[in-house]
Design a protein around this ligand. Structure first.
Ligand code: SF4
Length: 716
């Protein structure tokens, strides 16, 4: 039985008295599953299967024998390309990289979905990585994208002896029931794991040291290309820790597919490099969906402390009788609550962090220095150890406070940081005050990586303008080669219709405008045979459309991704919406930049038309103002463009591209904001989106005519 179970049936294992079911669709472990248990993550029904035997899955496709004949004698990238026909755009990517790798250090490739970027980049980089003894780290955003890398490597392996691995975090790969049941996040899982290993309470770790099991593991994993679910299954079958297995075999892999965190989060990167036994200069870095990198880097280096955390930390200090620490925590909480007392919910105010710290010191009657942080850290460690010894999640709120306070002190005088206080509301109605340390400069995380790695390739369908991406992540112009590929799609496969005289500008948000928007959406839904996506610039706009009766007016069922929807609820909603494409179709409404408009793909009839309602500019706020001002100081005249305009247009382009995921897909893209026709906005759209673009009046039936003609052409 292959390890990568292509069916949706889950895989199970028995360890002592514990029984687990692994959902083979998403890999989630379901403890104590019964035959009718539903996987909480992907909603597939779990059934109990026999323990699987150990083998490694085959590639989903078998290479054409003619390719083997033709390519093996060649010396360059062509010998690594596993498909018979090399499409012109794929050839361009491979030539650009393999012929210029001596002249340039950074390659920036803008190419739409369906070009076959993954295999082209791998084929051009692999010969270089062998020649120079470098390891390739392929950074992806989703597990689906990592599996794509693994699939392509399995194809290449039929031509050349390559090895590769896709990594997942400890929390996702751990087999220990306590972590599966109680760990809240990756840090929590790491703390718990450390304790269990130290106390000899994890048999999967103990088994890692047993010779016969080690031999078996080596035999199975030797020179293999392994997806993370396959490693999970190997661990399960051998009763060894899958996370430890991946750590041990990663050093043998030529290609490592991993999330951004493995490269851009300093502590995770250090651990990975240690496992690889490599320096950062020995890495060839590929960043997939690179338009996400600036915001990911900001997220990694920013931090938020809440009054909720401070209150729970006080409870810990009280419980373990540490008076001085309690006084400090009480002062931090009281000053934060006092400062935010007059704020409305979601209102933000920029603060001077040293004034906040002075007020805290005065109230606590103690100085905040390294000694106070160490005391907080010690209490945090003690709390975690104690909880772990009680088989509880080793969670300490005091540790979270120590981490934030340390960063606050370190960054308080840096121009690249700004500090804010705000207040939010829980569902219960209680308020939660927040102290935000916001990094304003992605380069603090990315620049050193781009400077030190051997070579980098940034890939995305929406990197325009390249200057913004390169400036924000710190890529030097002189060392870069930009490849902006034309649209790979047949012109007839998509049409972009910009609706005239409607916009999401504040002044234009009148009842008349929303009625016009409603009419346009109805026209799109009526003219589309199956599913339609409606992505709004903000929740306010979405609510206004719903308030004037969008749902009642539509001829198809409407699926609504409300504000605050959880990731699980959203997945469920999107799945139900997709299923409607097999019936009479439906509409899905959500916001631009949300999970449904960026994290999901809707090929074929799952989305035949998409309506982008307005331009998703961020709400004017002190954080946005601080970001624009900082970027202006770093890149004169460009602050607003880099920090405000481009992120909004990228979000719109990303949503517009949801229905077109391959060369076979076809869709109508409706941009409901006349500003998209203007030169400035248009030039920031991807090539494919602007090549067949028309302005359509909102009031006429021109829109319906064009759409019907489009779908008639495709004989739907
Ligand atoms: S060693 Fe592995 S299986 Fe054991 S607790 Fe840690 S991650 Fe989980």
């Amino acid at each position: 039985m292959p390890l990568k179970n292509k069916s949706t049936k889950p895989m199970t294992g028995h360890f002592g008295d514990d029984q687990y079911t692994f959902c083979s669709n998403c890999g989630k472990i379901i403890p104590n599953a019964l035959s009718d248990t539903i996987c909480a993550k992907c909603k597939k029904k779990a059934g109990l299967l026999k323990k699987s035997s150990v083998s490694v899955s085959k590639p989903s496709k078998i290479i054409d024998p003619k390719v083997v004949e033709e390519r093996t004698s060649l010396k360059n990238w062509e010998s690594y390309f596993p498909y018979l026909s090399i499409r012109p755009l794929q050839r361009k990517i491979m030539q650009a990289i393999s012929q210029n790798e001596k002249n340039y250090k950074h390659f920036i490739v803008q190419a739409a979905n369906g070009v076959g970027k993954t295999v082209s980049v791998l084929a051009s980089i692999l010969p270089l990585s062998y020649e120079k003894d470098k390891t390739i780290i392929y950074c992806c955003r989703t597990h689906q994208q990592m599996s794509r890398v693994i699939e392509e490597l399995k194809m290449i392996k039929q031509l050349k002896p390559v090895s590769g691995i896709a990594l997942r975090g400890r929390k996702e790969l751990c087999l220990h029931p306590t972590i599966q049941r109680f760990a809240l996040d990756p840090t929590n899982a790491a703390d718990m794991c450390r304790y269990l290993k130290k106390e000899g309470k994890c048999k999967f770790f103990v088994n890692m040291g047993k010779k016969p099991k080690q031999e078996k593991m080596k035999e199975i994993t030797h020179n293999q290309i392994l997806d993370s679910l396959e490693i999970l299954d190997i661990g399960k079958s051998l009763e060894m820790c899958p996370f430890e297995i991946s750590k041990r075999i990663v050093s043998k892999a030529k290609v490592v597919a991993a999330s951004y965190q493995y490269v851009f989060n300093p502590s995770i990167r250090d651990t990975l490099l240690q496992s690889l036994d490599k320096e950062i200069r020995d890495i060839i870095l590929i960043v997939d969906e690179a338009h996400n990198l600036p915001s990911t880097a900001i997220d990694i280096s920013s931090n938020t402390l809440t009054s909720y955390t401070l209150d729970h930390a006080q409870n810990e200090a009280m419980k373990y009788n540490t008076g001085e620490i309690y006084d400090l925590l009480e002062a931090m909480s009281s000053v934060l609550n006092e400062d935010t007392k007059e704020l409305h919910v979601d209102e933000e105010v920029q603060i001077n962090p040293s004034e906040y710290l002075k007020k805290v010191e005065k109230r606590a009657q103690q100085k905040i220095d390294d000694r106070s942080i160490q005391a907080l850290e010690r209490l945090g460690e003690y709390v975690k150890e104690f909880q772990a010894s009680q088989n509880k999640a080793p969670l300490s709120y005091t540790s979270a406070v120590a981490k934030h306070l340390k960063q606050l002190i370190e960054n308080q005088a840096k121009k690249s940081y700004a500090f804010f206080q705000t207040k939010t509301k829980f569902k219960s109605g209680e308020t939660n005050s927040k102290l935000i340390s916001l990094s304003l400069d992605p380069r603090t995380i990315t620049k050193a990586i781009f400077d030190k790695t051997y070579l980098t390739v940034s890939l995305s369908g929406t990197l325009e303008p390249f200057e913004a991406y390169m400036s924000l992540v710190g890529i030097s112009n002189s060392k870069s080669n930009i490849l902006d590929l034309p649209s790979p799609y047949e012109k007839e496969n998509h049409i972009t219709l910009v609706i005239d005289k409607i916009s999401s500008k504040l002044d234009d948000r009148t009842p008349e405008t929303f009625l016009k928007m409603l009419e346009v959406i109805n026209a799109v839904v009526n003219s589309t045979p199956k599913n339609v996506g409606i992505f709004c610039a903000s929740y306010t706009i979405m609510k206004s459309l719903l308030d004037i009766g969008l749902e009642r007016s539509l001829s198809k069922p409407l699926f609504i991704a409300h504000q605050g929807i959880s990731s699980l609820e959203n997945d469920e909603l999107v799945n139900k919406f997709k299923k409607q494409s097999k019936k009479n179709g439906a509409a899905l409404i959500s916001v631009l930049g949300g999970r449904s408009s960026e994290g999901s793909d809707y090929p074929g009839a799952e989305m035949q038309s998409v309506v982008v309602v307005g331009i998703p500019y961020a709400r004017p706020s002190p954080t946005i103002k601080a970001s624009i001002e900082y970027l202006e100081s770093q890149f004169p005249t460009k602050g607003r463009e880099f920090g405000y305009n481009i992120p909004a247009l990228t979000r719109a382009s990303q949503a517009a591209g949801r229905p077109i995921r391959s060369l076979e897909d076809y869709a109508v893209i409706v941009l409901m904001d006349y500003r998209f026709i203007r030169h400035y906005y248009k030039k920031h759209l991807p090539n494919w989106l602007k090549e067949n673009l028309h302005l359509v009046p909102a009031e006429s039936n021109k829109l319906e005519e064009k759409m019907k003609e489009f779908f008639r052409y495709h004989s739907v």
